[in-house]
Design a protein. Structure first.
Length: 235
């Protein structure tokens, strides 16, 4: 295995980078989400990623485990826009504790011309298309995020997926700190800054809650690719 795959990396989303020294940056929860939802807190989540790190964590009663960032999504992955083209990166995971263990898979593609070579730049969510599926316990649930198209389908209902850039401290970030999902009423929401949280509508049945949680975990696990600063050393 390439030694680069074994490096430990601290996972800092752009929103968190902007707030270094200011503590955790959370999502400003829309009032209707707060009124109608139960909150699923995250515990036991490491701030590190990489081949030497167990990236599993607890999401209330659920356990996220078997996180694998070496999964080759360009083979047999056909969710959303990747039904017609190949994803360039992928990761998979499992969600247990809600009945059947659900298998989550996500693929992503980043615009080739998105690099800004300044030392402080990162690829943003706006440069990226992400698609996820969660299988097990019936029909698959799916999610697609990009600036052009964003939705998630759970238990036969398709919800609009909308980015939230307002923080719980009243600020705004260029990249999302979370997402909401709604089709008339809110399905729920996810905070993607670490450690993260999930909100689920109290009226959902257990199977729908598990499928929605699995897809939200896919967004929580997404991390933008970093510029390879070691490429000259590999020649």
């Amino acid at each position: 295995m390439d030694m680069k795959d074994l490096r430990l990396q601290r996972a800092w989303p752009t929103a968190a980078l902007l707030a270094l020294g200011c503590g955790h940056v959370g999502m400003a929860v829309p009032p209707k989400v707060a009124e109608t939802s139960e909150v699923l807190e995250v515990t036991d989540r490491s701030s590190w990623t990489g081949g030497l790190t167990d990236e599993g964590f607890k999401l209330a009663k659920y356990s996220v485990k078997e996180v694998d960032r070496d999964w080759q999504s360009n083979s047999g992955f056909s969710v959303g826009p990747f039904a017609d083209k190949k994803a360039t990166t992928g990761y998979q995971y499992q969600l247990a504790g809600g009945g059947s263990t659900l298998k989550g898979q996500c693929g992503s593609e980043t615009k080739e011309n998105s690099w800004d070579l300044s030392s402080t730049s990162e690829i943003s969510w706006g440069d990226t298309t992400v698609a996820c599926s969660c299988k097990g316990g019936g029909d698959a649930a799916t999610l697609t995020w990009s600036e052009k198209s964003s939705e998630m389908t759970v238990a036969g209902t398709t919800y609009e997926l909308e980015a939230v850039r307002q923080t719980d401290t009243g600020g705004q970030t260029p990249d999302p700190v979370g997402f909401t999902a709604r089709a008339g009423d809110f399905l729920g929401a996810v905070e993607v800054t670490r450690p993260g949280r999930v909100w689920l509508n109290k009226g959902l049945d257990d199977r729908t809650k598990a499928k929605a949680s699995c897809l939200f975990v896919g967004l929580m696990l997404y991390q933008a690719p970093a510029e390879d600063t070691d490429s000259d050393d590999d020649d």
